[in-house]
Design a protein around this ligand. Structure first.
Ligand code: IPE
Ligand code: IPE
Ligand code: MG
Length: 250
């Protein structure tokens, strides 16, 4: 396989990138089109960004595709989105596998149509052994829901006697979430600057990049701008700047 550092041109990418892919509806409305055509175009942006992330060596990419709150949208839009998911997973499965992308769908899958649940199971099985990049697609996902699931699992372990409550740590909570690793960089498109119940635990020390670009227009160049922003930040994790500089020069 080609060395990633060769094709990435020395770009330093965050290890775990998370994206709130927002603005599909406004992208369509600005063109006098139906919202759904924005979602279709958004699917092309997903493809572009996944390829670019592999190219630049991102190890984990988490995409917010559908929130637990998005069921409140008109049935026509929700149904069209479900159909798009099924089509996209079906179409992309082979290429995800070929590119070594371990694909996981995170969220409450029980509310999805059975056809979609089948497709999800298939792509997760097909790519289970892939190790170039992990792709998490958050669908019917909510950060509070994810923490609640972890709390239930841990409470059960305490009840069974397999976990002593005094041994409950932050790490144990992380390990019982669907997304275990902390996010390094969060990107949100479309000018909104809020979290919308996405990865509330894992974002605790993430850098945040907001752009006015609507998701369907987002591509490799925008991603590189986000990486530039990220690389310009000093991540202090509570320490002073002097301490960080001392660490990096050691
Ligand atoms: C994001 O775009 C996609 C989903 C939430 C499914 P939106 O559909 O939220 O687009 P806007 O915010 O209405 O422009
Ligand atoms: C958040 O987008 C969820 C996704 C991008 C899938 P929304 O556009 O639904 O978020 P709010 O409700 O405007 O915050
Ligand atoms: Mg939106």
């Amino acid at each position: 396989m080609q060395d990633i550092s060769d094709i990435s041109g020395g770009v330093k990418a965050p290890r775990h990138l998370a994206i709130i892919m927002d603005g599909n509806g406004r992208w369509a409305q600005a063109r006098g089109k139906q919202r759904i055509s924005g979602h279709k175009e958004g699917a092309n942006a997903v493809r572009r960004v996944i390829s670019a992330c592999v190219k630049y060596g991102v190890k984990e990419l988490t995409l917010f595709a559908f929130s637990s709150e998005n069921w409140k949208r008109p049935a026509l839009e929700v149904n069209a989105l479900m159909t798009l998911f099924v089509q996209a997973i079906k179409k992309e499965s082979k290429s995800l596998k070929a590119n070594g992308i371990k694909t996981c769908i995170i969220g409450d899958k029980t509310r999805f149509p059975s056809l979609l649940q089948d497709q999800i199971r298939k792509v997760e099985e097909l790519t289970a052994d892939c190790d170039v990049m992990r792709l998490n697609i958050a669908a019917n996902y909510g950060g509070r829901w994810e923490i609640l699931q972890a709390a239930k699992k841990l409470a059960q372990q305490c009840q069974d006697g397999t976990l002593n409550i005094n041994e409950l740590t932050e790490d144990k909570i992380s390990q019982n979430l669907d997304i275990v690793t902390d996010v390094d960089l969060l990107v949100r498109t479309s000018g909104e600057q809020r979290i919308s119940n996405f990865l509330i635990w894992q974002l605790s020390y993430a850098e945040m990049y907001f752009t006015n670009t609507y998701w369907p227009d987002f591509g490799e160049e925008d991603l590189l701008k986000a990486f530039d922003f990220y690389n310009g930040r000093e991540r202090r994790f509570g320490m002073t700047s002097a301490q960080i500089q001392e660490k990096t020069t050691k």
